[in-house]
Design a protein around this ligand. Structure first.
Ligand SMILES: Cc1cc2nc3c(=O)[nH]c(=O)nc-3n(C[C@H](O)[C@H](O)[C@H](O)COP(=O)(O)O)c2cc1C
Length: 502
């Protein structure tokens, strides 16, 4: 609210004007002569039984920005004072349902472009926060992040259904709010905004959760473990993917459905030479395999490989066949080719590909190979090179191995398979699939008496350099070291266990 002080000191040209409008990504549809329904990407609101002035006010909000006074005048002219009271309830419902955008303008500025706009981006009430004291201490939350969306600069806080859009005139506030300051100090910045404009803009920041809790010297975001342990990037990722109300686009939205064709289940084959893999006799394995519970209980990470008897091509083929081969291909209701493999995959999209990087395997030359899941064969991607050596070195260091791993099994995602359909959950789905594949490889490897150890990190740029694949189209998202298991295991790494061998 504008204070008497501002009225006295601000020149007329710099007076702050607050406006509101219906969120432009929403649709307004008539439900009858006196009723409308608003539909937004997240949520909908029906307004039945509107008086004629209130109908006009809603239509005016849909047409463009209005001040509260202009809306009240529209309503009063048609509906009288009793209508004004009812309008206040309707106006509140619009705000609570997140259907309104609030903006702060400077009267007299060119075209009165808003300095800042509070934009609902998820589901939740969209009303400005309290007006800060001129000398009250304010600071940007360390979790706030800025991005460019639809040609606008948006500032967001993780988990909030609201974002603040800033124009050039107000963007300087962001830098100034990196440390504790006050509205009065912000208004003193060179080329800064009038005090009331600063305070009104900060109301939008507060509503969107962009301001830090606490005060100078008492900052929970930095001091309390539950906040301090989060990086801004991790909390934004967690909130974006685990708070469907804070962002539109949850689940399968097919946002690229009309721009790009779905990618086929099989990637384009590599030009290098092919090696057909032996097919294990699954019927025989059903009869002879070790019992499931024994395999589950004896699974462990093994970081030693038997140099005297390296893993064989037959064993590598059996591991890949039992864990990751394509059992069938079928077409989903959305037209995307889907797949069936031994491990599960959200929506059956099966975007993961496997690349054995071989240093020592009886019957197979060293190099980076691709496992064609549909044909159960290996395709040479690259002969050993400086780039493949870097991948081997990283895996050896991550697994604390004393020798080069016999096989580094790199797992990639063909991102488009998932992102063509899913939006906010796409990347987390990929990571979950990697986990499902890891455990399947661990269990099959244990049943085969192989050494398996999953790794927690890798470098997708190194993989792109080694494979020649485009980083943004298909990238490494996981890796394991695989080899023959020696008769005795080192005891200086991993979980302390009494038995050295099953
Ligand atoms: C996702 C994931 C990441 C891992 N990352 C590594 C790693 O980078 N280096 C390593 O030596 N072991 C790694 N491991 C193996 C774990 O250290 C191991 O599972 C854990 O110590 C428990 O031992 P166990 O697998 O023998 O039960 C990883 C395991 C998983 C599932």
């Amino acid at each position: 609210m504008t204070t008497a002080l501002d009225e006295i000191h601000l020149p007329a040209a710099a007076r702050t004007v607050r406006r509101l409008r219906l969120r432009p990504d929403g649709a307004l549809a008539p439900l009858g002569p006196r009723a409308v329904r608003l539909t937004a990407p997240v949520g909908a609101l029906s307004l039945p039984d509107l008086a004629p002035g209130a109908m006009e006010a809603v239509a005016a909000l849909a047409a463009g920005e209005q001040t509260e006074e202009e809306l009240a005048a529209l309503v009063a002219a048609r509906d009288g004072d009793a209508g004004l009271l009812r309008w206040q309830l309707t106006r509140r419902r619009l705000g609570t349902a997140g259907m309104l955008e609030h903006s702060v303008h400077l009267a007299g500025e060119a075209a009165e472009e808003p300095l800042a706009r509070l934009r609902p981006v998820g589901r939740g009430a969209a009303e400005p926060g309290p007006t800060p004291d001129p000398t009250g201490q304010v600071k940007l939350s360390r979790f706030a992040s800025a991005s460019v969306e639809g040609g606008a600069l948006l500032v967001r806080a993780p988990g909030s259904p609201l974002a603040v859009q800033l124009t050039t005139r107000a963007a300087g506030l962001l830098a100034a709010l990196a440390g504790w300051t006050s509205p009065a100090a912000l208004a003193q910045l060179p080329g800064g905004l009038p005090l009331d404009a600063v305070r009104q803009t900060l109301r939008l920041f507060a509503a969107a959760g962009l301001l830090a809790y606490g005060s100078p010297g008492a900052e929970p975001e930095a001091e309390e473990q539950r906040f301090a342990q989060w990086t801004a990037a991790d909390l934004a990722f967690h909130s974006r993917t685990r708070r469907p109300t804070s962002v539109a686009g949850y689940g399968g939205t097919y946002r690229f459905g009309d721009r790009f064709a779905p990618e086929p289940a099989s990637p384009a084959p590599f030009a290098g030479r092919k090696v057909a893999l032996p097919v294990p006799d699954l019927d025989e394995l059903v009869r002879t395999d070790r019992p499931f519970t024994e395999v589950l209980e004896q699974r462990r990470s093994v970081r030693d490989h038997d140099e005297r008897a390296p893993i064989t091509l037959e064993q590598l083929g059996e591991l890949l066949h039992r864990s990751a081969r394509r059992r069938q291909t079928f077409t989903g209701g959305d037209g995307q080719e889907l797949a069936d493999r031994p491990y599960p995959s959200g929506g059956a999209v099966h975007e993961l590909e496997l690349y054995p990087l071989v240093t020592s395997c009886t019957g197979l030359e060293p190099g980076l190979w691709h496992y064609a899941t549909d044909r159960h064969e290996l395709e040479l991607v690259s002969e050993p090179s400086a780039a493949t050596a870097q991948l081997v070195k990283s895996a050896r260091e991550s697994s604390l191995m004393q020798t080069d791993p016999q096989v580094v099994l790199l797992v990639t995602a063909r991102f488009g398979r998932v992102m063509w359909k899913y939006e906010t959950v796409a990347y987390p789905l990929i990571l979950k699939h990697v986990g499902a594949l890891y455990q399947t490889l661990y269990l099959v490897g244990t049943a085969m008496d192989l050494a398996v150890c999953g790794l927690g990190g890798g470098d997708a740029a190194d993989f792109a350099a080694a494979s020649g694949l485009d980083y943004f189209t298909e990238g490494s998202v996981g890796e394991l070291v695989i080899g023959s298991r020696p008769p005795t295991l080192r005891q200086d790494v991993g979980v302390p266990r009494r038995e050295a061998r099953r």
